[in-house]
Design a protein around this ligand. Structure first.
Ligand code: SF4
Length: 279
């Protein structure tokens, strides 16, 4: 398939897909909030779309900023590394100091504060044990997305880095996004496109599979497909390519048994690797 055909193919899919259900992350991306796009994209990995949508909604109702998400993590862990503040005193009083006589308790708290030399603002730099996220509410909020325990910890790590290094903002370049734990090229590109309206090509399993079935690229992996598309696909299609092909892949060009008999671009498709598994 060449670029003259790809223009026609994209036009046909646009027209045919006007009634297809929008993928959850694309829907969330309409709010143009980079943090929400980044988080929902991480939740969506290896997770069904309906589950991603519900889990994202539940999490964002509780925490739609890095600070709020970190506040869901166990306060015990934070307090054990922080000096005392007026706001914390009642909490501490019910904790490990509550068994001490009053004067010894005050002295212990003063020494603890001196030892740590940290303020609440330093919380983002504190080492949090892996278990802390699990004790917090993040896991509960995102359950049952796939690997919810690991993803909860990834979100906590990302939020801490955003606060510590990026002023609690999601970075707006591919290179900086890729420095965040758990963020690969797909997530980074989608965050740029949907969150910031910047140029990028997001290649997931649908985009990789369909571009190869069409014979538009011949690549062994999604990353290789992204590089091939960056060289070949006209820039005017970059930002919409993922959106269109994900919907097309969920509704027509399915992974196992594509609906070739109902496909609006069948005349243009080389059906590479499809064999007789189509319907
Ligand atoms: S003809 Fe079949 S393999 Fe080709 S794009 Fe359509 S559904 Fe996919």
């Amino acid at each position: 398939m060449d670029n003259r055909k790809i223009s026609k193919v994209i036009g046909k899919i646009k027209r045919a897909g006007s009634h297809w259900k929008m993928p959850a992350v694309i829907h969330i991306g309409q709010g143009k909030d980079p943090f929400r796009v980044l988080v929902s994209c991480i939740l969506s990995l290896r997770t069904r779309d309906e589950v991603t949508a519900v889990a994202s909604k539940r999490l964002f109702a509780l925490a739609d900023t890095p600070q709020k998400l970190l506040s869901m993590v166990s306060r015990e862990q934070i307090l054990s590394h922080s000096p005392l503040t007026c706001a914390q005193e009642p909490l501490i009083a019910r904790g490990r100091y509550s068994q001490l006589p009053l004067r010894r308790g005050v002295e212990a708290r003063r020494k603890n504060a001196e030892r740590n030399h940290k303020t609440l603002h330093d919380v983002s730099n504190l080492p949090l044990a892996g278990a802390s996220a699990r004790r917090g509410g993040v896991e509960k909020a995102i359950y049952p997305v796939a690997f919810y325990r690991k993803k909860a910890q990834t979100l906590v790590d990302i939020c801490r880095k955003l606060i510590a290094h990026y002023g609690a903002k999601v970075p707006d370049t591919l290179d900086e996004l890729l420095k965040l734990k758990g963020v690969g090229r797909k997530t980074a590109n989608l965050t740029l496109i949907l969150g910031y309206g910047k140029m990028g090509i997001c290649v997931d399993t649908h985009v990789h599979r369909i571009s190869n079935r069409w014979g538009y690229v011949k690549t062994p992996s999604p990353d290789a497909t992204e590089m091939a598309l960056r060289k070949k696909l006209p820039k005017k299609y970059w930002m919409q390519y993922n959106d269109l092909l994900v919907s097309f892949g969920q509704n027509i060009c399915k992974p196992i048994s594509p609906l070739c008999s109902q496909c609006c671009v069948s005349d243009y498709c080389e059906k590479i690797g499809v064999g007789d598994k189509h319907r």
